[in-house]
Write a protein that binds this ligand. Structure first.
Ligand SMILES: C[S@@+](CC[C@H](N)C(=O)[O-])C[C@H]1O[C@@H](n2cnc3c(N)ncnc32)[C@H](O)[C@@H]1O
Length: 304
């Protein structure tokens, strides 16, 4: 299976779909969420589905997507949401609901040659869009020790980020990072705690840096706010505390840092009604069935 959708029932409930509405699935992946949305739309409803990974497109060839007049696949980064939707004739302020299920799909993690996983020996790539930007090997070969430390510490919460960054620089004195086993080999020399946890943190940190996942999320949220109609809903599923914090802050204040903005009269401007004071998390039954959903946190905002 390409990917098992997380919090599916909760996402659909959160979107409060109208059969004739205009919706966006910013992270199409295996199309699990998108299929469920499309099945609830009538002849006049529309779904624009984004994914920057070419592999995801193959999933549009099946039912219910193939030949569905209201379905449009957009092979682009969701950070360009507004530009892409406008090019397709969608007006600013006219979208009824936007869903983003962040991160990588099981397909990406389980395809050895994509280099996302320490479980396989493969080239250190980790780009969701392999045609653009720097690979994980580029990051490891070119960043300074300070930059690597920031990546490991900020995105991976790696406890000995400084030591790991220095070990990477020592490795570079002898050669260049090429494969996942080059990286796991360096990790093995400085690792703290359980091996699988340490490697997961390091690989996640690099993936987030390679794909500028927090930067893309911030751009996406800003565009989503503009594209949503008043009363339109944004639903975001995050799997990392940094991303969840960005979403939480944005819904509250309209910026990623959570800085409270006051208008000329000192009144705090609220851009969303927040439905989820606390995020929605998967049930025990769902986590048992789909362990990859365990860290999912879903937040919902209604545009004012
Ligand atoms: C967790 S999966 C989504 C799974 C999907 N909801 C399903 O039911 O199959 C995340 C997907 O979003 C895509 N993605 C992540 N960040 C993206 C971005 N900035 N722009 C476009 N697609 C992105 C990934 O390529 C991946 O296919």
């Amino acid at each position: 299976m390409y990917h098992a959708p997380a919090l599916l029932t909760e996402s659909l409930e959160a979107l409060q779909l109208r059969p004739d509405g205009v919706y966006v699935d910013a992270t199409f992946g295996g199309g699990g969420h998108a299929a469920a949305i499309l099945e609830r739309l009538g002849d006049k409803g529309c779904l624009y589905a984004f994914d920057q990974d070419e592999d995801a497109r193959a999933n549009t060839m099946n039912k219910p997507f193939a030949g569905h007049a209201g379905f449009h696949f957009v092979p682009a980064n969701f950070r360009f949401l507004k530009r892409q939707l406008r090019a397709l004739g969608v007006r600013t302020g006219s979208v009824d609901g936007i869903l983003a299920d962040l991160g990588v799909s099981s397909h990406q993690l389980d395809t050895p040659e994509r280099g996302f996983s320490y479980r396989f020996d493969a080239a250190l790539d980790m780009r969701m869009d392999p045609s653009a930007g720097q690979s994980a090997a580029d990051v490891l070969n070119e960043y300074t020790a300070d930059e690597l430390q920031r990546v490991f510490s900020e995105f991976g919460e790696v406890r000995n980020a400084r030591t790991l960054a220095q070990a990477c620089l020592q490795f570079r004195e002898k050669g260049r990072f090429r494969t996942t086993s080059d990286l796991t080999g360096v990790c093995d020399t400085v690792m703290m705690g359980e091996r699988w946890r340490y490697l997961s943190q390091v690989f996640q940190a690099l993936r987030m840096e390679v794909n500028d996942e927090t930067g893309a999320l911030e751009d996406f949220l800003r565009d989503a706010l503009e594209m949503l109609a008043p009363g339109g809903r944004i639903v975001v599923i995050a799997y990392h505390s940094i991303e969840d914090r960005i979403v939480k802050n944005f819904l509250k204040t309209g910026n990623a840092e959570g800085k409270v903005v006051q208008d000329f009269y000192g009144k705090i401007e609220r851009l969303f009604d927040i439905i989820t004071k606390k995020p929605i998390e998967p049930s025990e039954a769902e986590t048992k069935e789909n362990p990859r959903a365990r860290s999912a946190k879903l937040r919902i905002g209604i545009k004012k």
